[in-house]
Design a protein around this ligand. Structure first.
Ligand code: ZN
Length: 270
């Protein structure tokens, strides 16, 4: 399974997109390939008011009551034409012609998505419509998190990945947060104290990764063409067989809920 952009990567992209887009008028949208592009031409003629993020979704409110919603999928990236020597290649799926430049949406694997929708209408995007609270907001609180964990029979890791107990956590940061809070990815009964530890760990690993502009893998790029710096800070993800930095025993690799999972059999309890 390829590594996929998660909340810190999307937030890092958002922070670079925002100053480049806010106040700009979209003159036209060239959808080069259909793929997962929905109604994108409707953005033409509208001005970008903001660039926000919900979970792993980028949401740009436009004037006229519309929103441009984007998801990077596995390999999506946004690049400004001419910036850092960027010239469009065969993987550009859509181009937004702005009043002062061109923004390209590049996506090798085509799991990314762009959609123009009436503001707040996410009926065509069920994951976005049902997202749990933002992990770094006050709505994500340890009591509610514990209640949500207690409401499911799923093992804790796949439940985190469902985006319902909290938004934006994918495979990398789920493994990191579970290791940090000493909770097994297969745990089904996460009591109040362990839920609080996991709540804190989710916030810590995401906040730290945002500080470092995300974890870089092959196709993840910031708008300026650079990568993030979090890769050297991962404690479990990608370290199967290497010693756990807490107890020294080798980290195990297994599959939980269909996803490759690295964890410590000694430190992390069911
Ligand atoms: Zn350990």
């Amino acid at each position: 399974m390829a590594r996929v952009p998660e909340l810190p990567e999307v937030e890092s992209v958002r922070r670079q997109l925002r100053p480049r887009l806010v106040g700009r008028r979209i003159l036209a949208v060239d959808a080069v390939s259909r793929g997962r592009l929905h109604d994108v031409a409707r953005a033409a003629g509208h001005r970008v008011l903001d660039v926000r993020r919900r979970g792993k979704y980028l949401i740009a409110p436009l004037d006229g009551g519309l929103e441009l919603v984007g998801h990077l999928g596995m390999t999506g990236s946004f690049r400004m034409r001419g910036e850092d020597g960027w010239v469009p290649d065969a993987y550009v799926r859509a181009s937004l012609r702005l009043d002062d430049g061109v923004l390209d949406f590049r996506d090798v694997r085509r799991f990314g998505m762009l959609r123009v929708t009436p503001a707040g209408d996410y009926s065509a995007m069920s994951t976005l419509a049902r997202l749990g609270p933002e992990p770094l907001s006050a709505e994500f609180d340890p009591v509610g998190f514990h209640r949500r964990l207690a409401s499911t029979r799923m093992p804790v890791k796949p439940f985190l990945l469902s985006q319902r107990p909290v938004a934006g956590v994918g495979n990398i940061y789920a493994d990191e947060a579970l290791w940090r809070s000493r909770v097994s990815p297969r745990a089904r009964h996460v009591g109040r104290l362990r839920a609080r530890a996991l709540w804190a760990a989710v916030r810590e690993v995401l906040a730290e990764a945002i500080e470092r502009e995300g974890t870089t893998f092959r196709d993840y790029r910031l708008v300026d063409g650079q990568g993030g710096r979090n890769g050297g800070h991962l404690r479990v993800y990608g370290r199967a067989g290497l010693p756990c930095v807490r107890c020294g025993r080798p980290l195990a690799k297994t599959v939980v809920g269909g996803r490759g999972t690295t964890y410590c059999r000694v430190c992390q309890r069911r």
